[in-house]
Design a protein around this ligand. Structure first.
Ligand SMILES: C[S@@+](CC[C@H](N)C(=O)[O-])C[C@H]1O[C@@H](n2cnc3c(N)ncnc32)[C@H](O)[C@@H]1O
Length: 223
């Protein structure tokens, strides 16, 4: 087996011509969503599954998410039960902070349990569209990540970048075309999202997530 670094705490494990994306496990011995754990040279790596995480899918499609690194603060909108968030927690490590926003109280219970095991996660059970109400507990962050299936997902991303993203910081938004507009062709909806974002940010890369996710793209931006 061979190990190749992608970004801080993210590695390809290569074996017999195939490769598996992994993150260095922040909480040794614990698998978060049933992903496999590999132990190599005294270190523990968790498989990062691209069909379960749009960020992993973007890396499988060749993108290195610059800006995501050890020690940074991340504002994560639409954290759900924490699948992708757990890998971001691995990446940012002990010195990092991930503010994880989830609207559903029911789902939020699992998020809170995850945060008990991972001290760099700070759950906020609230509507990402109204986060300015929570301004006092939030600091400006280095990275903004959004994955919410809402019609106004682009507007919510821009508003939170205005309020909580550092100048020069990075962001990524998972665009779910069908949630924005069910009638127009998904490629057209994604292009409209890209254009709207380009008025506010520099666009680093737009990645169509097929075959891992249908009618989804992820757009990486710099503030
Ligand atoms: C597609 S799931 C997120 C999956 C997660 N990002 C991952 O990769 O592990 C979308 C989540 O966004 C949440 N959500 C939807 N609208 C929201 C809002 N306005 N504010 C916060 N969370 C929201 C949903 O409850 C759901 O848990």
């Amino acid at each position: 087996m061979e190990i190749e670094k992608v970004i801080d705490n993210v590695y390809w494990i290569k074996n017999n011509g195939s490769r598996i994306l992994t993150t260095l496990n922040f909480k040794q011995g614990v698998s978060v969503y049933g992903e496999r754990i590999f132990r190599l040279n005294g270190r523990e790596y968790r498989e990062w599954i691209p069909s379960r995480s749009k960020l992993a899918a973007a890396i499988y499609k060749g993108f290195k998410p610059v800006g995501l690194r050890e020690g940074i603060s991340v504002l994560y909108l639409g954290a759900s039960t924490g699948t992708t968030l757990s890998h971001i927690s691995d990446i940012i490590g002990r010195e990092g902070k991930a503010f994880a926003v989830e609207i559903s109280e029911e789902i939020g219970v699992r998020l809170i349990l995850l945060a008990e095991n991972r001290k760099n996660i700070y759950p906020i059970i609230y509507d990402a569209a109204k986060l300015e109400d929570k301004g006092s507990i939030l600091q400006r962050c280095d990275f903004l990540y959004e994955d919410i299936a809402q019609k106004d997902q682009v507007g919510i991303f821009i508003k939170n970048a205005n309020n909580f993203l550092k100048r020069g910081g990075y962001g990524a938004i998972a665009v779910k075309a069908r949630s924005i507009d069910v009638l127009s062709p998904p490629k057209e909806v994604i292009e409209r999202a890209r254009q709207e974002l380009s008025k506010r940010f520099s666009i680093m890369k737009l990645i169509d997530l097929y075959p891992f996710q249908k009618d989804h793209a992820i757009i990486f931006v710099k503030n």
